[in-house]
Design a protein around this ligand. Structure first.
Ligand code: FEO
Length: 167
């Protein structure tokens, strides 16, 4: 069993992961409504991955004999100015999530909770990958601007395949 303080922090992280899912579902909806089907699929896979992240935290808490709290998830917008804006907001969100995991790691080390620290390392690595991937798409979108190049990138995003990594 992990400490009550760590349990509360992980329950908050569970809420943040579900919010992340909601955020990406909103982006996927906006892309679908604007004919960006490749990007809609990309964000839909992101939505599914965020739910998987939430469930990793959920199963970890239960596995440690701790208590689950399902905190409310705030609404997420479904209106964006552009595809670039979606990805820029995604990057800023992922940077905030990285900070959140770093704080959790600090807390785990302070409590000498090595099981939780080890558990969190998967997320620390995942954040590095997510920030890099989103940053790369932003770079391409900035390069091409609007027009034909945008649709070329959209069709490239259609190639994304779901990650097979269930909790
Ligand atoms: Fe759950 Fe996008 O990190």
């Amino acid at each position: 069993m992990i400490s009550e303080q760590m349990q509360d922090a992980l329950n908050k992280q569970l809420q943040k992961e579900f919010y992340s899912a909601y955020l990406y579902l909103g982006m996927s909806a906006w892309c679908s409504e604007n004919g960006l089907n490749g990007s809609a699929k990309w964000f839909m896979i992101q939505f599914e991955e965020e739910q998987m992240h939430a469930m990793k935290v959920y199963h970890y808490l239960l596995g440690q004999g701790n208590h689950i709290e399902l905190l409310s998830v705030k609404p997420s917008k479904t209106q964006y100015d552009s595809l670039l804006s979606c990805f820029e907001q995604s990057l800023s969100h992922e940077r905030a999530m990285t900070k959140s995991f770093n704080t959790l790691c600090d807390m785990a080390l302070k409590e000498k909770d090595h099981a939780t620290y080890t558990f969190l390392q998967w997320f620390v690595n995942e954040q590095v990958e997510e920030e890099a991937t989103v940053g790369e798409v932003i770079g391409k979108l900035k390069l091409v601007g609007n027009g034909n190049g945008l649709f070329m990138i959209d069709s490239q995003l259609l190639d994304r395949q779901p990650q097979v990594d269930l909790p």
